[in-house]
Write a protein that binds this ligand. Structure first.
Ligand SMILES: Nc1ncnc2c1ncn2[C@@H]1O[C@H](COP(=O)(O)OP(=O)(O)OP(=O)(O)O)[C@@H](O)[C@H]1O
Ligand SMILES: [Mg+2]
Length: 224
């Protein structure tokens, strides 16, 4: 269960989030909103990448202000830009890095790396330099690197923007198969059309909140 209690985020001149108060317990939550409306700032709160200027963020037993390190393991985060996620020069090292804290056997690490690469047809890229992957392949590697850690929550910030239709569909299926709670920021409204709940942001506030069937048509109208 996620509790966001009266949270605001202020950047120097700019208020990115204003008085957000939400309880999130659904398994699939979609987040929509115009560019600059505060979506990334909001989801970054959930694993402590962004601290609240005021208010409290609670995820299960963790208070984001106090338990930052634990929270980052509890809530996996896939960045909007995969270049910010990929840290190691070789694909398999990059995936293995995230697994380190889990202290798995070498065989288990290898098995998980092979599994996750196979899922996206990236087997041939195991020993490939990460920075030489295409934009979409990098996005898939970034998603793989988080999935492989099996965190309790997974936040995806625009996970399909760089992907071709086949890989977009793969990512959609991969999300559908996850046991974890997933929070997805997306401009691809079809990606979240079967979610349990959708929040629409505008100017740092939640202006629509409900089922996709309720929120998405209103959001389309709002954007027209
Ligand atoms: N670190 C920062 N310092 C100053 N301003 C910031 C910072 N991060 C975000 N902002 C501002 O806060 C507002 C919300 O940004 P945010 O990245 O949350 O938007 P977004 O809804 O994710 O947009 P997009 O759809 O373009 O990704 C924007 O006006 C942005 O310029
Ligand atoms: Mg964003």
């Amino acid at each position: 269960m996620i509790r966001i209690e009266n949270v605001s985020v202020q950047f120097e001149q700019r208020r990115a989030l204003s008085d957000i108060d939400l309880t999130l317990g659904e398994k699939r939550i979609g987040i929509v909103g115009a560019n600059g409306s505060g979506k990334s700032t909001f989801v970054r709160l959930l694993n402590g990448l962004q601290t609240a200027t005021s208010g409290r963020v609670l995820v299960d037993d963790f208070d984001a202000a106090k338990d930052g390190r634990k929270l980052r393991r509890h809530v996996g985060f896939v960045f909007q830009n995969p270049d910010n996620q990929i840290v190691f020069p070789v694909v398999e090292e990059d995936i293995a890095f995230g697994l380190k804290p889990l202290k798995l056997s070498k065989e288990e690490v290898n098995r998980r790396i092979d599994d996750v690469l196979a899922r996206y047809d990236l087997q041939d890229f195991k020993t490939h330099p990460s920075h030489l992957l295409s934009g979409g392949q990098k996005q898939l590697l970034a998603i793989s690197g988080v999935l492989v850690m099996e965190p309790r929550y997974i936040v995806l910030d625009e996970p399909t923007t760089l992907l071709d239709l086949r890989n977009r569909n793969r990512v959609q299926r991969a999300i559908a198969e996850l046991d974890q709670t997933v929070i997805t920021v997306s401009h691809d409204l079809d990606l979240i059309a079967d979610y349990d709940r959708v929040l629409a942001f505008e100017d740092g506030r939640v202006v629509l909140d409900g089922t996709p069937a309720d929120v998405l048509p209103k959001y389309r109208e709002m954007m027209a």
